[in-house]
Design a protein around this ligand. Sequence first.
Ligand code: AMP
Ligand code: GLY
Length: 431
Amino acid sequence: MKILLVGSGGREHALAWRLSRSPSCTHLYCAPGNPGIEACAELVGLAVNDIDGIVAFAKERALDLVVVGPEAPLVAGLADALREEGIPVFGPSAKAAQLEGSKGFMKDLCARNNIPTARYGRFKDFETAEHFIRETGAPIVVKADGLAAGKGVVICQRVEEALDAARDMLSGEAFGDAGLEIVVEEFLEGEEVSYFALSDGKTILPLTSAQDHKRVGDGDTGLNTGGMGAYSPAHFMTEALEQQIIDDIIRPTIDGMAAIGCPFTGVLFAGLMVKDGKATLLEHNVRFGDPECQTLMMRFEGDLAHVLMAAAQGELDSVEEHVSWHEAPALCVVMAAEGYPGTYRKNTPIRGLEAADALDGACVFHAGTARGADGGIVSVGGRVLGVTALGASIAEAQAKAYEAVDLIDWPEGFCRRDIGWRAILAQDKAA
Ligand code: AMP
Ligand code: GLY
């Protein structure tokens, strides 16, 4: 199969790395990709939002499959445009991508299908939002309905804070059009986990779990980020919890989408809160998580290209023998540019990448990198590298990942030194 992967982040480097090792993938393109992806795919100079360009390229090269990494082109209709031309695509239609593109849409789907989620209200005007906020009380969570680059959620400890957040969003000041409608919901306590499942619209193929580290600082302190590290599988995942997630959340979501004429094709990434052994849905995403995907791809051992093609073709019930997972857990440490998630410097040189990548059991996935004038690698983004490793235990995967991190010479970069700490603490206690 000739495959085009759309995207340019660490998630896409991990997908490209695994796809290029799939027996059924004969040629891999990536648009626009990054310098790390160059080693496993032919880069194509098309932006992720260039729907016409991507469709024309797929037709011209007679591609067998397009795999879409990020959510924005899905919400904008890339998968629909490809399907109209008869090109198989791994990723949901614009309507189905509303599961991530509109928090209100997702919450209403939950309400109709009895999917456990926080009690909520949807609002377009401040007065009714204010009434709901005062009635519910703090802590309370205010969310912009639309895509806001992961920043549209405000956890409020006081009612006044929630009223300010609601006012700023509804006026269009905080997040533009994405905030003109809001969801206000009850605050949930517990431990967060990400769960991933593939679907072809009917069949579900459960993948695995991961745990992200959203705060910028050690010990889960400081500002929220897109994710500073992850490991997979989550240390507290059990067969019973996985079954509850599938039965109460994944299955009713896929069936509920089919019932309203929006069958979901692609990967469903459920962000969950777990308390007393039961999961409640915080949010759905319609793509792989970043950096969770880096840990999933290190552990995945089957023919990924074959599996994603089966999902695109509605044949996911035929691929179970193509899916297997490495027993060992994987852990990813994100290296970010000093200053992230605030303003940060760009074009600082990064050395030592080959040595880190050559370490047995480790992989350095590129995210915000580019080639400098001398051909060397420079940083151009906030989250820049995803240093990922397998190990016999989470502690060993962590040690290996930091061994690789320490081979990287990038004075203007930083990382958390404690990725996986909750899991390691829990396993130390159990031992
Ligand atoms: P979301 O984009 O909806 O996942 O929200 C981003 C982050 O906000 C989540 O990963 C949680 O840490 C937090 N969050 C969202 N909704 C809630 C909630 N109802 N209760 C507690 N924390 C929440
Ligand atoms: N790491 C969280 C996300 O990809 O949304």
